[in-house]
Design a protein around this ligand. Structure first.
Ligand code: DQA
Length: 169
């Protein structure tokens, strides 16, 4: 089942502070963080990670409104890239297993063409060979790999420093 936080993804043109908007998308099985192979993925839950990056967004200059979304379903990730990604200034995505084979996720990222950081908690290059391939890598701005949940924070700090708010929202 898809989960989403209540932070609005859209910013109206009348919004006086013209905050940046970043959507953070988490792919399959990341809802199990905290209990799922903690030796690889860490002890933190997805909720804890989402809360931390949402709070970080508020502290950044310019402030960033962070919208988070997780789904185990490929089509829902594609929809979220189109809908939330399209309405955001930038995207942070951990496509999880979809990284390694989902042309649909890759094509959605290419279609919305937003500055995008791909995050992996684990060092995928030090793991099974099938994890060495990322079909999304060629359509994102860059990757943060193997630094645990800090990777999301680094991605958000990068985007905050490189984005300008859209005028047409
Ligand atoms: C992952 C790595 C993927 O290979 C794996 O399928 C995941 C998580 C990571 O964050 O390290 O589910 O994206």
């Amino acid at each position: 089942m898809a989960t989403t936080n209540p932070e609005p993804a859209r910013r109206g043109a009348d919004d006086p502070d013209r905050r940046l908007r970043v959507v953070v998308l988490h792919g399959p099985n990341l809802n199990l963080l905290g209990q799922r192979e903690p030796g690889i993925y860490g002890a933190e839950t997805l909720d804890q990670i989402n809360q931390r990056i949402t709070a970080l967004g508020r502290q950044l200059d310019p402030p960033v409104t962070v919208h988070t979304f997780q789904s185990n379903h490929e089509g829902e990730i594609v929809d979220a890239i189109q809908q939330f990604g399209g309405a955001s200034d930038g995207i942070i995505i951990n496509p999880a297993a979809f990284t390694h084979y989902s042309i649909a996720v890759r094509d959605a990222l290419a279609a919305v063409a937003k500055p995008t950081v791909e995050v992996h908690l684990s060092n995928v290059h030090a793991r099974e060979e099938f994890r060495h391939v990322s079909v999304t890598a060629s359509v994102v701005t860059g990757q943060v790999v193997g630094l645990g949940s800090v990777g999301y924070e680094l991605a958000l700090r990068f985007l905050a420093g490189h984005l300008t708010p859209r005028d047409d929202a």
